[in-house]
Design a binder for this molecule. Structure first.
Ligand code: Z5A
Length: 211
């Protein structure tokens, strides 16, 4: 059995990742693929419990280092119980946020030592790495406006202030520049249809979608 494909969606707040992830999952299913659509933090029962801890409460409830460890505890459970089994049976896994969010939120924006984050990546991810990462990019104020307009979102990170969100945007773009073979930057300012086309073009160009 051929290993499936692993696509991650990354970017700042309100970039449209969740909306586009659903559209991509539907398109891949139309091509006859088994698709597992999931998210982080969360995606498995244990990781969803950690999500409750990490996303609720005051902005300074956890330090960036503690957040890093909580994200990696959740990620390991998600990898072991959902992502690896799905890839092993040949499914396409599409994941709303993954390890680059820790690099950008807790690292670039939060100030956690990049050495700690790299060590966790190698020990916890091992060879479970994305084949393609879509980095959704848009100006901070547009993203925050969209996120605030949407009902039911968790506000812990959104309340951190615009300097934090600018560092976050720079952090994601730096990851994309450093790993261009894995990452495609998606201009997230366009219409829903324009962004969907850009996502599909990146997936078709980099991964064998048909057959
Ligand atoms: N986090 C972390 O710190 N470290 C980690 O390692 C991980 C995560 C894995 C998860 O929150 C939080 O966890 C996240 C980072 C942190 N920070 N926060 N907050 P979440 O799961 O609750 O939400 P999110 O991942 O941050 O989602 P988001 O960024 O806020 O939204 P989105 O998924 O990118 O966007 P959306 O929900 O698809 O769209 C937002 C709104 O914009 C919605 O009303 C859409 O209808 C609208 N939209 C979408 N696209 C468009 C276009 N093209 N035009 C106009 N309007 C649009």
């Amino acid at each position: 059995m051929t290993r499936g494909r692993f696509i991650t969606f990354e970017g700042g707040e309100g970039a449209g990742k969740s909306t586009q992830l659903k559209r991509l999952a539907a398109r891949l299913q139309d091509q006859g693929q088994e698709v597992v659509a999931t998210r982080e933090p969360g995606g498995s029962p244990g990781a969803e419990s950690i999500r409750e801890l990490v996303l609720k409460g005051a902005a300074d409830r956890w330090s960036p280092v503690t957040e890093t460890l909580l994200m990696y505890a959740a990620r390991r459970d998600h990898i072991e119980r959902v992502i690896r089994p799905a890839l092993a049976r040949g499914a396409w896994v599409v994941c709303d946020r993954f390890a680059d969010s820790t690099r950008a939120y807790q690292g670039a924006a939060g100030g956690t030592d990049p050495g700690l984050i790299s060590a966790l990546e190698s020990h916890i991810l091992e060879d479970t790495r994305p084949d393609l990462t879509l980095v959704f990019d848009l100006p901070v104020e547009v993203g925050l406006e969209r996120a605030h307009a949407r009902a039911g979102t968790e506000m812990r990170f959104e309340s951190k202030g615009s300097a934090f969100h600018e560092r976050l945007r720079d952090g994601f773009l730096a990851i994309a520049r450093a790993e261009p073979e894995r990452c495609a930057v998606i201009d997230a300012t366009g219409s829903l249809e324009a962004v969907e086309q850009a996502v599909w073009a990146a997936v078709e160009a980099r991964l064998a979608v048909h057959g």
